[in-house]
Design a protein around this ligand. Sequence first.
Ligand code: FAD
Length: 367
Amino acid sequence: MIRLLSGGWRVSDKPKIWGNLLLDVIKAGKCTFCGGCIAACPWSVIGFEGELPKLVGPCYACEICWYTCPRTIYDSEAIEKAVFGRTRKEDEYIGIYRGLYSARSNIKEVLDYAQDGGIATTLLMYALDKDIIDSAVVSEIKEEIWRPWPSIALEAKEVIKAAGTKYTPSPVLIGVWDASDNYSKSEVGVVGTPCEVQTLRKIQHAYKASYKLGSKVKLVIGLFCMESFGYKDLTKFVDSKGIELKNVSKFNISKGKFMAFEGEREALKVPISEIKACARGSCHICGDFTCEHADISVGSVGSPSGWSTVIVRTDIGEAVFKGACEAGYIEYKSIEDVKPGLNPVLKLSKIKKEQAREHSSEGKQTE
Ligand SMILES: Cc1cc2nc3c(=O)[nH]c(=O)nc-3n(C[C@H](O)[C@H](O)[C@H](O)COP(=O)(O)OP(=O)(O)OC[C@H]3O[C@@H](n4cnc5c(N)ncnc54)[C@H](O)[C@@H]3O)c2cc1C
């Protein structure tokens, strides 16, 4: 039985321990590999194997892992009240926001490495330069080619090496834990996909959570995301097309096509439907395209090539975006002044919500 607490938080009458997380989420194919359970476990008994969490010591039945996971209970309205002070209105289809822009970094080095307009990177650089945050959790390629892993940037220039999209999951919550526990940082900026942002909001606000960790998160930059792919599946797919992963300089998804570049050369361009089978199961039940609970959301859809679509949502989001524009880090236009503009963003948000509903019979959040 699930009970509703004041504030809109739902709790289970039965204990929800590691075994429940294993059955409800991991074995059910719903794990996002956000790293939340690993980072939040107060006993540090959750590790991982491949892209899945794994128990590596005795479970003390504290329930934190189950309540931290974005695929168990996600009380969207309660989170909205906590983050925005209110819930969304019916016409706020892409979530609550206060500004919509198309923007591009003014920093040449960022544009050389960025996926789109370099806005995610530049916002973090500005926030670090102005001491709004004391560290940034970004995802860079470390040991395995094209496998993202969270890293901590302490200075603006360190953010640049993580620029660019990696289309497989990065357990960014492990990065938040690292920033907090190993680097003793307490004002952390984080970039993540919608599932990762949901976990970040849960550790800040949910009924049962690692609030100590959550209290360290100051700025949340969300990425638009239709889906992410399993690392092994993506590498096999690329290999099946006769492309060597180590030669790929950039992956991109645009206008219904999945592309791989070798330097400037477009080495692969296939309809996105060809790679859909590599999408992680956890993505099928996610209805959030634009990272609706971030402070600022950034994506490519809606803006011309080389620019980013930016959704400014909260006080801190607005302070950082406006500050970065005023300080000359970023140039921007209203989304209404660019093509294609907001319509494709609304369309993809609708599609993702519908897909999530369709998968609801097998994919409904567990309670
Ligand atoms: C899995 C995935 C799917 C996406 N799908 C879409 C989509 O369907 N439509 C759309 O418009 N946009 C999508 N995006 C967002 C888009 O690819 C760009 O990341 C976004 O436009 C920001 O571009 P930028 O130039 O401002 O970012 P940059 O300045 O290049 O910075 C990118 C930031 O993203 C972080 N990052 C990279 N890969 C990951 C990852 N796997 N997990 C967490 N953080 C990561 C990096 O650390 C870096 O800080 C997706 C992103 C990801 C990670």
